[in-house]
Structure formats: C-alpha cells, structure tokens
Design a protein around this ligand. Structure first.
Ligand SMILES: NC(=O)c1ccc[n+]([C@@H]2O[C@H](COP(=O)([O-])OP(=O)(O)OC[C@H]3O[C@@H](n4cnc5c(N)ncnc54)[C@H](O)[C@@H]3O)[C@@H](O)[C@H]2O)c1
Length: 388
C-alpha cells in the first residue's frame, strides 16, 4: 500500500494506492471534500464514457447534483437509478433491474457503476459490477460510517436471498473508493453512532494487525486516541474523523491483502460479532448492527477476563468509551438467555462442538482470533454475562 498526502483548503486529504490480491489496483481517497474531485477521480480509472449511478432514496438532491456536475464536467454521461432503501435494495429483483438497465444503456466492460450510499448499495453495486459482462468498472462512494470503514472496503460484494443475508456474492474490487466525511452530515445520529462501534473494534485489534500485516500504526494507538476524542459531541465535522477513518481503512486493506478469503487473520475483524450477530437476530433487528457489536465487544472482553487472557481493568475502559460514544454495553432486559444462546449456536462460525471466537488477549489492541468456546459453555457464559 502506498500513501500520499496533500493539503487542500478544506483540510488534509489522503490517497491510498492498494494492490489487491487479484492483481487489481484500488485507489482510496479520504478527506472532507473528495466529492468535488469525483469527475477527475473517475477519469483516472479505466472508465469508459458511461456511468450508472446507483443511489438510495436518502441521498440529498444537492449531493446528487454535485456528483452529476462533477462527472458532467469531464464529459461523462450519467444515468441515475434509485434502489430501494436498506436490505430491500440487496435483492435479486433489484440486481436483475440493474442488469437490464445496463443492457438498455449499452454498457461495455470499461463503463462504470458508481454506487453512492450505505453498505447496502455498495454491496449490490459491487455485485452488479462483478457479474455484468463478467466484470465492469466499479467505483464506491460510501455515505455511512459503517460503509466508509467496513462495507465498501475489502472487495466483498453481494445480495440477500430469501433464505438469508449475503448468500450470493463475489469478491470484486472497486477501482476507486471515495470517502468524503462531509457526506455524513445528513446521517441520522443513531446510524452515525452505530458506525463508531466498528471504529472502536478497530482500536481493539490494531496491534494484532500491525504485528501480522503491513499495517503501520500511527504514533498514538487508535484506542487511546478514541478515548481522547469520542463523546456525545463527536460528529461528522470533527477534525480527527478523516484520520480515524483512514486508520480503519488501512487496517482493513492490510488484513484483506494478507488473508483475502477469511481463512486466518481476517477473522480478527469479527471481534464482537459472535454475540453481536446473535443479538441483532434475537432483538428482531431492533438493535442496529453497531449497537449489537458494541455489546458483543463487552461480551468478548468479559470472556477474555474470565479466561485470564486480559486484565480486568480493561473492561471499565471499554464500557466507558462505548457509553460516552452513545452505545449500549448490556443486553436489553427483554432478551432471554435461551433466545440469545440459541441465536449464538446458529452462528456460522460454529464448528463441531465449539464456536470460534475472537477474544482480547494481553492488552487492548491485541486479540486471539482462534479461541474455541465449547458449545456446553455457551449457555453458562451468556447467563453469567446477563447477570453481571
Ligand atoms: N461487503 C462487506 O464487507 C460488508 C461489511 C459490513 C456490512 N455490509 C453490509 O452493509 C449493509 C449495512 O450498511 P449500512 O449500515 O451502511 O446500511 P444501509 O446502506 O442500509 O444504510 C443505512 C441507512 O442510512 C441511509 N443513509 C445512507 N447514507 C446516508 C446519509 N449520508 N445521510 C442520510 N441517510 C443515509 C440509508 O438510506 C439507510 O436508510 C448490510 O447490508 C451489510 O450486510 C457489507
């Protein structure tokens, strides 16, 4: 990964050049005013003349106008297609509609799908790009915190099937990912805070990633830096946000370069997700992904302490950071031990008589991503956690 920094009058902006394991290059642009450069960025990729812009209904008209103007200035012809909001946008019907639209527009392999929105639209946009003509140019403009630090990064694309989420998909890399933190201005507070849970997770795995990949941590590790910055006022315009997001993106890219198909190191990204996924399902998706992951981080740390892997002083540090950020730290009272245990045992990381979990080990920033938790232990662990 090579990095170049340049200052603009809107603050620092950063470009990462990432060589994927599939011998493709992805350029990642991060800053507070990257949209203005979109036309030039698209011009730098292998783009043809046509762009299909996939967007969610929540994209503000002013933002859409800015994007279309920036692309139009470079002589690109832009068609706009709205996909249904949220998970409904990741359907087979929607994918089919996108393929049909590409056909009507006479797309060739060098033309581009530009997906602008949260993880749902970057997922379907990536999958439509991977599959149409066996692969057309793809550019992502993520507009949620979750998509900027996770969903749009790392080449996983896909749709949902009636039988479950993300069941059809492909590894396919965008030629450019444009992360503009000013786009987060309109994100509802709950979604913004939810994304902070994934950022805190990166703080808890940073040293392991630095030890085992090409990622180089900054002078101040992410977790203590977040302890200084995050509180109820932390918002899209905080001066530290582009730098924080850049660190998370670098971590994810470094992990994916080392282990693209989640056979080893990439598992560390699942910290907090065993209980998190189960809790999301057990709450009938009343809890957002990030809220459930926040409680999952507390669960994994509690388990690490029980197994004497990490000092107990780390738990109040974590819960205090989560609470200050506006995230939950406990399972809601309405969810029973039975419901939660059952949901955990459905977890796809279950293998024979044990589930694989990621547990903090040694200090904040370090994890064991191969921990086996016996199925027989799960009920007791969940019961203890709920009563703590
Ligand atoms: N591919 C991957 O590696 C990966 C990783 C994690 C998650 N995901 C996927 O990402 C999806 C979740 O992503 P998400 O949380 O971004 O959800 P989302 O795309 O559903 O967006 C959440 C909500 O925010 C709205 N929104 C988006 N940007 C906005 C903005 N700037 N202002 C106002 N509203 C805005 C959306 O319209 C939607 O209502 C899931 O489908 C999940 O499976 C994929």
């Amino acid at each position: 990964m090579t990095t170049s920094r340049h200052k603009t009058h809107h603050g620092p902006s950063l470009t990462l050049l990432w060589q994927t394991s599939l011998a493709q290059q992805t350029k990642v642009f991060v800053g507070g005013d990257e949209l203005a450069k979109l036309g030039a960025i698209v011009g730098q990729t292998r783009a043809g003349e046509k762009i299909l812009l996939l967007k969610q209904p929540t994209l503000p008209p002013m933002t859409l106008a800015k994007i279309v103007a920036s692309l139009g200035d470079k002589g690109l012809s832009v068609s706009v297609m709205e996909v249904p909001d949220g998970e409904a946008g990741k359907s087979l019907t929607c994918l089919n509609n996108t393929w049909e639209r590409l056909q009507e527009l006479g797309f060739t392999r060098s033309d581009t799908i530009l997906a602008v929105g949260g993880g749902a639209v970057t997922d379907i946009g990536g999958f439509a790009s991977a599959t149409y003509l066996r692969g057309i140019n793809f550019i992502a403009v993520p507009t949620t915190v979750l998509a900027q630090v996770d969903a749009a990064i790392g080449g996983k694309t896909g749709i949902n099937l009636p039988a479950g989420k993300n069941l059809a998909g492909a590894f396919y890399f965008a030629s450019a990912i444009v992360v503009d933190t000013s786009l987060l201005a309109t994100l509802p507070r709950r979604d913004f805070v939810s994304g902070l849970a994934e950022i805190i997770k990166y703080g808890m795995i940073e040293k392991t990633i630095a030890n085992e990949s090409e990622y180089v941590a900054g002078p101040k590790p992410l977790f203590p830096f977040l302890e200084e910055c995050l509180d109820e006022h932390f918002a899209y315009d905080h001066v530290a946000l582009p730098g924080i997001i850049t660190s998370c993106i670098k971590m994810k890219l470094s992990v994916v370069a080392k282990d693209p198909q989640e056979k080893d190191l990439r598992r560390c990204l699942n910290l907090g997700h065993t209980l998190g996924h189960a809790l999301e399902a057990a709450s009938d998706f009343e809890l957002s992904h990030g809220e459930a992951v926040a409680v999952g981080l507390v669960f994994a740390t509690t388990l690490g302490i029980k197994r004497n892997k990490i000092d107990k002083d780390n738990l109040p540090r974590l819960t205090s950071l989560l609470k200050r950020s506006g995230l939950p730290t406990r399972v809601p009272a309405s969810i029973s031990v039975e419901k939660l245990s059952k949901a955990i045992l459905h977890d796809k990381k279950r293998q024979a008589q044990a589930i694989k979990m990621v547990l903090p080990e040694g200090a904040i920033g370090l994890v064991d991503y191969h921990a086996d938790v016996n199925i027989a232990e799960v009920d007791q662990l969940v019961a203890d956690f709920l009563s703590d």
